[in-house]
Design a binder for this molecule. Sequence first.
Ligand code: HPA
Length: 285
Amino acid sequence: MSYENAAAAAEFIRSKYSGELKTAIVLGSGLGAFADELADAVRIPYEDIPGFARSTVEGHAGQLVLGEVGGVSVAVQQGRFHYYEGYDMQQVMLPVRTFGLLGIKNLILTNAAGSLNSDMLPGSLMLIADHLNCLGVNPLRGPNDTRFGPRFPDMTEVYDREFRHIALEEAAAIARERFENGLDDTLTDIINAGVYCALSGPTYETPAEIHMYRLLGADAVGMSTVPEAIAARHQGTRVLGISCITNLAAGLSCETINHEEVMETGARVAEVFKELLRRIIVRIG
Ligand code: HPA
């Protein structure tokens, strides 16, 4: 997957949608419903886009949806490509690189994640403050194409400080409004900031592994997001990351972990999650 692949994909998408795309959003497991909110939507199945792989995971629809949110044109990935599916990192990074070549300057990455932090319970959201790449590979390994970015990209602030500030403000406003409207009986935080640790999967972790990742500083674990965040920063795209906490990580409760539970929790937080995304998109527009 070369620069030319991303350029071909971008040209194809351009031929289907002429709006000035500002922000791209990648929707994680169980969080796909946001794509149904777009006005004047154009839907493109991944198999139609040159070079794009297919989504093989349940809960990932496998299409790009282009349209407007609050008057802002956005590209929404309803389903992403994961390393555990067997794709190489070039394929995992291709959509984000394509967004960059489409002139999109902002990227919102979302995912489902298991919590290692007792302040972050299932059904809450985690604002990604920073990440640990425990995938066992760096997605930029290999020859560097300087048309994407430099050989040694800086990773000091992967998740944009201003975007994080906006996300926290909007989450606080939503919490207050829900409380005032009687939708929530306590004024609790909707989102907490934390460190996301990316693992290759596809197994969930053992309790001993979770113990180790906790010692390393992880607040949540998941199987995505970090390759896309690295590809985006390589290109100079600004990144915001939000995890939906779908379960307590292995060994932190008496339960076992399964994909159905992950999907169900995603559906449970869908309303707040969609509202938060909508407000952030309008603010960063
Ligand atoms: N571990 C890894 N990935 C996940 C989890 C988890 O507990 N929950 C959702 N995605």
